[in-house]
Design a protein around this ligand. Structure first.
Ligand code: CDP
Ligand code: CDP
Length: 208
């Protein structure tokens, strides 16, 4: 069967991880997992009153397709459950299995290079300044009808970054040996081209 090849992408909120991950997956014919959706799904269930550890242990991957996971409230709930070691442990095997699936995989999140797939063939830390990231997220939310102000979105992003990087369990940080891509002044096309070039340099081969 086709060999495994893992592309691991970490970084803070709205840095462009998902955009790069989807484009790399398409280019190489790899499968893509947005691991933030796992934490968002657990966070959404806790907003409905569920216990986070129980919810994480029983999580059905089909729950990841729910469009309601993209809201700002769910993002905050996700980062609150993400500090709980038992929640992270419950989600670990699914992510590791996905990373090593035959034919290649791209995973994006906060701890992919550091915890989920430290042996990933290509590793990235995608980042941008908080102002740029807040502006990007604010535009996305506005286009979905959210009335939050840019200042409120910036506060949310900063609070989530702090919680994600200061927690004891799998804190967000650039892994040693990962390529740091600061997309503050980069177009999507330029960021994607840089990522594809790095994956190719690390031995990734397009399927078609
Ligand atoms: O996955 P993550 O939260 O890191 O970010 P994303 O969903 O890929 O990107 C957040 C928003 O920023 C999207 O609307 C992208 O189109 C936009 N973006 C951008 O304007 N310039 C980039 N270089 C990357 C993303
Ligand atoms: O799209 P955005 O970057 O704003 O967020 P996300 O990737 O959907 O992640 C939502 C939250 O889940 C993050 O703020 C983290 O607290 C948590 N998360 C995590 O702890 N580990 C991951 N591998 C992915 C997400």
């Amino acid at each position: 069967s086709a060999p495994a090849f893992t592309v691991a992408i970490d970084g803070p909120a709205a840095a462009g991880k998902g955009t790069i991950a989807r484009a790399v997956a398409r280019h190489f014919g790899f499968a893509h997992l947005d691991t933030g959706l796992l934490y968002r799904a657990v966070g959404a269930l806790t907003l409905d009153g569920a216990d986070p550890v129980t919810a994480a242990r029983a999580l059905d991957p089909r729950a990841l397709e729910d469009a309601r996971l993209r809201t700002a409230n769910v993002a905050q709930a996700a980062s609150r459950v993400a500090v709980i070691p038992e929640v992270r442990a419950a989600l670990l095997e699914f992510q590791r299995g996905f990373a090593r699936r035959p034919g290649g995989a791209v995973l994006d999140g906060r701890d992919i290079c550091t915890v989920i797939s430290p042996g990933a063939e290509a590793q990235f830390f995608v980042t941008a300044s908080p102002d740029v990231r807040a502006d990007r997220r604010w535009r996305e939310l506005r286009d979905k009808g959210d009335t939050r102000t840019l200042g409120e979105v910036l506060d949310d992003v900063i609070a989530r970054d702090a919680r994600d990087s200061q927690r004891d369990a799998a804190p967000m940080r650039p892994a040693e040996g990962s390529m740091v891509l600061d997309t503050s002044e980069m177009s999507i096309d330029a960021a994607v081209a840089a990522a594809i070039a790095h994956v190719e340099a690390r031995g990734g081969v397009p399927l078609r």
